[in-house]
Design a protein around this ligand. Structure first.
Ligand code: ZN
Length: 196
């Protein structure tokens, strides 16, 4: 149906999340119509992002530098850490502009079914950070799924002996996702946090 290089391009698009065969075909045909320099810039951006973006050594948020912009920002509150499962949750919370503290990205949630225990996440480093003198509050902002709940309770138990631990109130149903919450809901959830 397609000449081989075009088939390979369509196949690559189809591997992306949320892209079906029709969209993959449309994108591939669009690419063929673009000037070569646009495509070069696109390809270069893909490679550069992959090569240059790693994680912050402190909070594990995606960053092209060893310490991310949030961790190194002098005006961010130094005494609060907000714990999230994934970098996309940091981005969602930043969009609310409600939160001025720091973050900690776990890299997932505890899920024995998927073989993810506490040691696969950045929990040890979180305990280390939370035990530093300047930290007065740790806010847990993990998606309210069964695994998220397990993770929240586990971390709460670890940190409670030496720091105030709160969790955000969800105006979201169980199984909801921080990423898809609108900004107002997310901002309210943050305001309505309570001690764990
Ligand atoms: Zn950081």
């Amino acid at each position: 149906m397609y000449t081989p290089p075009l088939a390979r391009l369509i196949e690559q698009f189809q591997r992306l999340p949320g892209i079906g065969p029709k969209t993959a075909q449309r994108l591939a045909l669009y690419i063929l119509k673009r000037p070569e320099k646009d495509i070069e810039a696109f390809a270069q951006a893909l490679l550069n992002a992959k090569k240059q973006v790693g994680v912050c050594q402190t909070c594990f948020h995606l960053s092209a530098t060893s310490i991310c912009d949030i961790c190194s920002h002098p005006k961010r509150q130094q005494d609060t850490i907000c714990v999230v499962a994934d970098s996309k949750d940091v981005i969602a919370l930043e969009k609310t502009r409600e939160y001025r503290g720091k973050y900690h990205v776990l890299g997932g949630v505890i899920s024995p079914m998927d073989g993810i225990g506490p040691e696969q996440l950045t929990i040890q480093k979180l305990v280390q950070r939370a035990s530093e003198d300047e930290i007065t509050e740790v806010i847990l902002a993990i998606n309210p799924s069964v695994e998220g709940e397990t993770t929240t309770l586990y971390i709460g138990q670890l940190l409670r002996p030496f720091v105030k631990v709160t969790r955000i109130a969800f105006g979201l149903p169980m199984g909801g996702d921080l990423e898809y919450a609108d900004e107002v809901t997310l901002a309210r959830a943050l305001e309505g946090r309570r001690e764990l």
